[in-house]
Design a protein around this ligand. Structure first.
Ligand SMILES: CC(=O)N[C@H]1[C@@H](OP(=O)(O)OP(=O)(O)OC[C@H]2O[C@@H](n3ccc(=O)[nH]c3=O)[C@H](O)[C@@H]2O)O[C@H](CO)[C@@H](O)[C@@H]1O
Ligand SMILES: C=C(OP(=O)(O)O)C(=O)O
Length: 438
């Protein structure tokens, strides 16, 4: 188990460039299975979950060539479907959430797709009904082995149809789109997720020869085609990382410039941080966060009632930034409620923040009330364990703002989603040290 030692209480300063988006990468990498031609992908983040998926693709027979630190080519010409029935696949397929998205492309191109119950963050129930109901709608036969938690779909031919998803699942929509692009006839997916990463996937598929319209809306129409070809693709910057750096800057009273953020793809993220009083300035395609010398003040609603920050499917606020917002609120002026609607086990990490001196009441598994310190009292350093990616980074931000030296164990969770986080934080002045394997 890896560990970070963090000496808190230091101001940071400088530029930080966000990595390519983790959750886009997981979709895009699965799409390489849809063609026998070469796909070149740039700005792939060098993080544990993405590297696990690249290894899984390689074990499936995809030819993978690394052209540079974040650039690869993929050619799925000779796919080895026997691997899907191997014991190794049962272990590797379980290693991350994103592996679920190999099922749609495999079903569409080879008539069968299998997956063990995928891993990912342990943040509450993470059902897969939307994915498999979508494949069944397209004409696939579904089976589930309860003992092995092993899912399978098979079909001689997929047929386009109309479907109304039971929820706007991100990976579910991506999976169904990737199956429908090679189905016969037209598919309509209503209540589709529509976040920028899905838009990126649809745009890439269209460049490969797919016929998808409605991209960016919650109604996608897909005219099936017989085959798809190669293309080139570049990943967007990771919006969750961008939000993490905004929070880090404010809580450590640091002046930071976040480079090349692709502003137009950030949705409500900047305005949510502004609501808690943080100055988020647009400078070209960069975000400039000035030093918050006098702290930051939470805005109430117009009628004076207390601000609630809640998640919702895009264009709502992403659930993956709520743990960070909650942590940054600890030093705000005023009070707010954080409501994590999607996941029921994601807020339990607040116990660690309370140990550090934060004024938080966990009202129920989904809601926490935070009473800001306004920097009148600094958090105290402590020893903690990272339960999931975003709680891990939140604890890291808390530790960087705290008095004394903190220890965070189980940093593998953070490495799942953040590339060389310690190296990049040191470059802007953070006192953080990685202790391997203890
Ligand atoms: C690999 C990847 O891309 N992971 C992301 C993806 O996970 P993933 O695709 O697994 O998440 P889903 O979009 O399927 O759903 C997430 C949770 O929200 C609930 N839900 C979803 C839609 C909805 O309209 N109402 C609702 O309540 C679901 O029941 C589920 O508990 O999207 C999540 C939601 O943005 C993010 O937290 C994950 O980081
Ligand atoms: C929940 C997350 O990831 P995953 O879906 O891969 O577990 C996340 O990125 O915050």
């Amino acid at each position: 188990m890896g560990t970070f030692k963090i000496e808190g209480g230091h101001q940071l300063k400088g530029d930080i460039t966000p990595q390519g988006a983790k959750n886009e990468a997981l979709q895009i990498l699965c799409a390489v299975l849809l063609t026998s031609e070469t796909i070149t992908i740039d700005n792939i983040p060098d993080i544990v979950d993405v590297n696990k998926l690249i290894k899984l693709l390689s074990n499936l027979g995809v030819e993978v060539h690394k052209l540079g630190p974040n650039k690869y080519t993929f050619k799925a010409e000779n796919v080895n479907l026997e691997y899907l029935e191997s014991e190794a696949f049962k272990v590797e397929g379980r290693g991350l959430r994103g592996s679920i998205m190999i099922v749609g492309p495999l079903l569409a191109r080879f008539g069968k797709g299998y997956i063990p119950k995928p891993g990912g963050d342990k943040i509450g129930r993470r059902r897969l009904d939307t994915h498999f109901e979508g494949f069944i709608n397209l004409g696939a036969k579904f089976r589930y082995n309860r003992e092995d938690y092993f899912y399978g779909v098979e079909a001689d031919e997929l047929k386009g149809t109309y479907m109304l998803l039971d929820e706007a699942s991100v990976t579910g929509t991506a999976n169904i789109v990737m199956a429908a692009v090679l189905a016969k006839g037209e598919t309509t997916i209503y209540n589709a997720a529509c976040e920028p990463y899905l838009q990126q996937l649809c745009k890439m598929l269209n460049r490969m020869g797919a016929k998808i319209t409605g991209v960016g809306s919650n109604m996608l129409k897909i005219e099936g085609v017989d085959s798809l070809g190669g293309t080139e693709h570049r990943m967007l910057p990771d919006m969750i990382e961008i939000g993490s750096w905004i929070g880090l800057a404010a809580m450590t009273k640091s002046e930071l410039t976040i480079k090349n953020v692709s502003w137009d793809d950030l949705g409500v993220i900047p305005s949510v941080f502004r609501k808690i009083g943080i100055t988020v300035e647009r400078k070209g395609d960069d975000i400039f966060i000035p030093e918050h010398k006098d702290g930051y003040e939470i805005q109430n609603y117009i009628d004076g009632s207390i601000l609630t920050i809640a998640d919702a499917p895009w264009p709502g606020f992403t659930p993956d930034l709520l743990s960070i917002v909650l942590t940054v609120l600890i030093q705000a002026r005023g009070e707010a409620v954080v409501h994590q609607k999607m996941f029921e086990s994601r807020l339990f990490f607040v116990d660690k923040l309370i140990d550090m001196g934060a004024k938080i009441i966990l009202c129920d598994p989904h809601r926490a009330t935070i009473i800001g310190h306004d920097f009148k009292s600094q958090l105290k350093a402590t020893t903690m364990t990272s339960p999931d990616i975003r709680a891990g980074v939140s604890l890291l931000i808390a530790a960087l703002s705290a008095k004394g030296t903190s220890t965070i164990h189980n940093i593998e969770q953070i490495d799942r989603g953040y590339e060389n986080i310690d190296g990049r934080l040191r470059a802007i002045g953070a006192k953080i040290q990685r202790l391997e394997g203890n």
